[in-house]
Write a protein that binds this ligand. Structure first.
Ligand SMILES: CC(C)(COP(=O)(O)OP(=O)(O)OC[C@H]1O[C@@H](n2cnc3c(N)ncnc32)[C@H](O)[C@@H]1OP(=O)(O)O)[C@@H](O)C(=O)NCCC(=O)NCCS
Length: 188
């Protein structure tokens, strides 16, 4: 989840062989559309298009300097996704306005099944309004529906860390430190 060029945890850094073995769906043909948000917070996850990609990339510029060190810029993530078969990404919308970005790594290690939240951000002006929480809820609901039992994340501790955010959503530390990041998991 940091500004490194690879997923933050070992289970998010699959080898090409592992991807083949697990037959992970690709970006274009992977997940079915997410369920519509039934709650008042009007958050949806949408495909990024030629018309929206520039705006979604620009969301990274709204983060504070500290926050920007904690998550790779959206443009870089989108570029990486096109070279990672197991990446799945969407823009986060509030109503018709793009407010964030997330990317999953759908690959699983056989010993640690689960999906990894590879990149996640809500634009600065839109933070603190429950959009991040709702986006994770939508992801978790969809993963549950497809039979996945856990969502992993890793984050840097310290000032500006998203640790409290993940804790408030029910993520619990796994006890593993991966590439200097604290790993946590939301299991159901
Ligand atoms: C972390 C981030 C995604 C949170 O998104 P958000 O939309 O602002 O969060 P929400 O408004 O949905 O907050 C949900 C809950 O988490 C809490 N929370 C949010 N950020 C928090 C933080 N940094 N520390 C502690 N608690 C936090 C909120 O108080 C809220 O609690 P509540 O539901 O009990 O009221 C956003 O701050 C962000 O994009 N940060 C910069 C990028 C980043 O660090 N990404 C994660 C990389 S691992």
């Amino acid at each position: 989840m940091t500004a490194s060029s690879k997923p933050g945890t070992s289970h998010t850094t699959p080898t090409p062989a592992a991807l083949t073995e697990h037959k992970v769906p690709s970006n274009s043909a992977g997940f079915r559309p997410w369920p519509e948000d039934p709650r008042p917070v009007d958050v949806t996850l949408r495909r990024i298009t030629a018309e929206t990609v520039y705006e979604v990339c620009g969301l990274s510029e709204t983060l504070s300097g500290d926050q920007r060190k904690r998550v790779v810029d959206n443009g870089t993530s989108i570029a990486q996704a096109h070279f990672a078969d197991a990446a799945w990404f969407r823009a986060i919308y509030h109503g018709d306005e793009p407010v964030g970005f997330l990317m999953l790594d759908l690959a699983m290690d056989s010993g640690q099944p689960g999906v990894s939240l590879w990149r996640f951000m809500i634009a600065g002006p839109h933070q603190g309004r429950g959009y991040g929480r709702r986006a994770i809820e939508i992801v978790a609901a969809h993963l549950k529906a497809r039979g996945t039992t856990a969502l992993y994340v890793s984050y840097l501790p310290g000032p500006g860390s998203a640790a409290g955010f993940y804790r408030s959503l029910g993520f619990r530390p796994t006890g593993r430190i991966v590439d200097g990041e604290t790993e946590a998991v939301l299991a159901w």
